[in-house]
Write a protein that binds this ligand. Structure first.
Ligand SMILES: [Zn+2]
Ligand SMILES: [Zn+2]
Length: 280
């Protein structure tokens, strides 16, 4: 065995104290040690030098740049140390975390009120961790919004929705493939709808209106939502116009039929109110 032989390079073959003590050998040894430290002090992910402030030690004792570890978790699926291949929980991928959060949120709906709080706060913690690793993760933002909305933290949910819209518009901007672009545009439209509802809950009717108008295409539900906002603003004729537009898309749209009846009643058109209420 040549244990430790790389310390002294060729000189170690002799394993001879006299040779090792030779000034030339000492000089070489110093150079060699410096080289070894250099490799220990560089990150094997990016090969750049490790600084004290920006490095992170994993539980297997291997050290990498904290930023490189974040990138690894963002895109990686192996969840193992790049040096010793040991599987480590601190290398959990963002995808696995997002899957867990989504499962918790689904269970929250299925389990009902019994575990609702515990499941929501667990999902919230995971989603927050994801955003520490990948601040631009659209679905992490959207999931956070849903949890915050449930917890009635509506103004914080609005912030999270706006963050989701910003991240997603970057995705739209940067997507070169047609189908990816279409998908991200659909997501953008969906987030605008969610945001519109949150703003409505905050009684910001103008914001709700603008947000719903930014969603493309606006479906029957969206149209009836616009009508609802106009009703809140006292714009009854415009409300009726939107409700009729909603019914053109979906003739059995419940909200549109209901509010068409109410606006007819408010406008003193009792026949119209009667027809609408009979229809629904
Ligand atoms: Zn690195
Ligand atoms: Zn390791």
């Amino acid at each position: 065995m040549y244990g430790g032989s790389n310390h002294l390079l060729g000189f170690s073959f002799g394993a001879n104290v006299a040779v090792a003590d030779h000034p030339k050998a000492k000089q070489l040894s110093v150079v060699q040690n410096a080289r070894q430290e250099e490799t220990e002090d560089s990150c094997v992910i990016c090969l750049a030098t490790l600084g004290r402030a920006d490095s992170q030690k994993l539980s297997c004792s291997h050290i990498f740049h904290a930023e490189c570890i974040r990138e690894l978790r963002k895109f990686g699926s192996s969840e193992a140390c790049p040096l010793c291949r040991r599987p480590l929980t601190e290398l959990r991928s963002v995808q696995a975390m997002m899957d867990e959060a989504a499962t918790l949120l689904l269970r929250k709906v299925a389990d009902g009120a019994a575990h609702e709080r515990a499941l929501a706060s667990k999902a919230k913690a995971i989603v927050r961790d994801i955003l520490m690793i990948d601040p631009n993760h659209v679905w992490a933002h959207v999931s956070l919004d849903c949890i915050l909305m449930d917890q009635k933290s509506i103004s914080r949910a609005v912030c999270a929705y706006n963050a989701a819209l910003r991240c997603n518009s970057n995705l739209i901007h940067n997507s070169t493939e047609q189908h990816v672009r279409q998908q991200t545009e659909c997501v953008q439209s969906q987030i605008f709808r969610y945001l519109a509802v949150a703003l409505y809950d905050m009684h910001d009717m103008k914001g709700a209106l603008d947000s719903m108008l930014a969603a493309h295409p606006i479906d029957a539900e969206g149209r009836s939502f616009l009508g609802l906002v106009m009703y809140e603003q006292g714009r009854l004729l415009e409300c009726m116009r939107e409700m009729r537009a909603a019914l053109c898309i979906n003739p059995s749209c419940f909200v549109a039929l209901f509010f068409l009846g109410i606006t007819n009643y408010d406008l003193g058109d009792l026949d119209g109110a009667l027809i609408s209420s009979v229809q629904h």
